[in-house]
Design a protein. Structure first.
Lengths: 267, 248
């Protein structure tokens, strides 16, 4: 290295190189320190025992396929929670998107910040927190799960839709103004057809994500497959838990497959 | 009596750009008037002031004896129903079919509910089909508007404007987005239908050839001011060339 520096290559300024190596070294020390404190110190190695025991414990989770029939209904319930959560979000995101799109919002000084506020509120809160709020209000079951997913997706849908509205071509809107159309029909003819593909694409994307989200809502009492997973874990039925994991994976992969196909068709 | 009487029209854009400096233009019944000028001469602004897509600062615009500069939004919408506009970039709704685009010309006189569900009246559909036939796009009515060529798209724009039973057609650079041959076809069609249906037209154009061949009268605009206003028959090409010279 030092030989190269002596040649005076401007790309190899010795000061810069020294600084770079120093930064890498510092980073390495930091990583080792973190690994030491939170993995090596923080783990109960005694309790974990030998490698043989670890493998044995993991084998508890080998799926019990005879449990499969009992998982079907909760899995379907999960898909339905995701579906209804997304559907509600799609419907209620439209008026919010209307308020939060700077170019069409009816009263810019009032409705625009209102729409933006709702979007931020929805996007900054985790679905588990929404679920806990709705569960304490409505009790256990799929309904609070649906509302939690809807509340979470609402912001994303409203945000992407309002941005699509802000980016529409002006020409068709101008043409609709020129034929004497009113605000509502201008929206349905000048704006809607332009944002439609983006809107549908995002709705499918949310459905896809909501299937994942729905599968863990049960852990806090939001219904669906997560509830069953929490139950079998509490009863130490690890083989059944393994089966549920396989089921969730299959469901998610299937959901992704379907949503990809639909989205391709759309574009 | 003139169908359209524009007097002392002034417009300054928010940026301070002076677009129109007090222009008078009138359009008689069944007359084709061309606004000739370079880009920036104010011809698009003038056209857009007529249906108040652009709000003029001062001056009056009288359509069929009614001053529309003073109209409130509601009345203005009703007035717009009787003015057909044709655009340089066609301004069609790309994802809707050709027939739906033509029918969108009736939106001003169709109820909101019918509009939302695209449930147009039977007589409007009949008329739309007849107009599609007339402008030569009847074979494409089920296609999406974005599948058509430029010339066909402008024909859809013409049919949409005619759907309005317009008292006047406002035509903004109808051929600028088209190649010269297609552009002449569109101008031929436009002047033919206007004559057939006895609709006067105010057309903005930057091409002297088009101005001379398709108009009854030419109004020259330069830097927001009218520099000539003559019958096309009596005008010499040299006079028209003025629009290409910078204002002294």
């Amino acid at each position: 290295m030092t030989d190269m520096v002596v040649t005076g290559n401007p790309l190899r300024d010795p000061k810069k190189i020294a600084r770079k190596y120093f930064a890498v070294a510092l980073f390495a020390v930091l990583v080792i320190y973190i690994a030491d404190t939170i993995i090596i110190e923080g783990t109960d190695w005694e309790r974990m025992g030998s490698l043989e025991e670890v493998v044995k414990t993991m084998l508890f989770f080998l799926p019990d396929f005879s449990f499969f029939p009992q998982t079907v209904v909760p899995l379907l319930e999960t898909v339905l929670i995701a579906f209804w959560g997304t559907a509600l979000a799609v419907v209620f995101s439209m008026p919010i998107a209307y308020l939060a799109a700077r170019n069409i919002t009816p009263l810019p000084w009032l409705t625009y910040p209102l729409g933006r506020c709702m979007i931020v509120l929805s996007r900054s809160t985790h679905e588990i927190i929404f679920a806990l709020i709705y569960i304490s209000a409505l009790g256990l079951g799929p309904l609070p799960g649906i509302l939690a997913l809807a509340s979470r997706s609402l912001g994303f849908m409203a945000k992407t839709t309002s941005e699509a509205i802000e980016n529409v071509k002006k020409g068709p809107i101008e043409a609709m103004e020129a034929v004497g159309a009113n605000r509502t029909t201008i929206f349905f003819f000048g704006v809607m057809p332009q944002i439609f593909p983006i809107f549908v694409g995002n709705a499918i994307f949310q459905l896809d994500i909501n299937i994942r989200r729905a599968s863990i809502l049960g852990l806090v009492g939001g219904g669906g497959i997560g509830l069953m997973f929490a139950e079998v874990m509490q009863n130490l039925q690890y083989d059944r838990a393994g089966m549920i994991v396989v089921g969730i994976t299959a469901m998610v992969v299937f959901g992704e497959f379907v949503s990809n196909r639909v989205r391709q068709r759309l574009v | 009596m003139a169908v359209l009487e524009i007097s002392q029209l002034k417009k300054t854009y928010p940026g301070g750009e002076l677009a129109l400096k007090g222009v008078d233009v009138s359009v008689e019944a069944q007359e084709v008037v061309v606004l000739l000028g370079l880009s920036g001469s104010g011809k698009s602004t003038l056209l857009r002031c007529v249906n108040r897509l652009v709000e003029p600062d001062s001056g009056t615009i009288v359509l069929d004896g009614v001053d529309i500069t003073a109209q409130d939004k509601r009345t203005l919408r009703r007035t717009r129903c009787s003015m057909g506009m044709i655009f340089q970039e066609f301004n069609l709704i790309d994802r809707l079919t050709v027939l739906e685009n033509v029918l969108s010309g009736t939106l001003g006189t169709t109820s909101t509910l019918r509009g939302i569900f695209r449930a147009f009246r039977q007589e409007d559909i009949q008329r739309a089909l007849a107009l599609c036939e007339r402008v030569g796009i009847i074979d494409h009515i089920r296609k999406r508007a974005d599948q058509l060529s430029g010339g066909q798209r402008q024909r859809v724009g013409i049919a949409r404007a005619l759907m309005q039973y317009p008292k006047i057609l406002l035509v903004d650079e109808p051929t600028s987005a088209l190649d010269p041959k297609i552009g002449r076809e569109v101008m031929d069609l436009l002047t033919e239908v206007a004559r057939e249906l006895k609709i006067p037209m105010l057309v903005s154009v930057h091409d002297i050839f088009l101005a001379k061949n398709y108009s009854d009268r030419i109004v020259g605009l330069q830097g927001g001011e009218k520099i000539f206003d003559q019958e096309t028959r009596s005008i010499e090409t040299e006079e028209l060339d003025q629009i290409y010279h910078e204002a002294g």
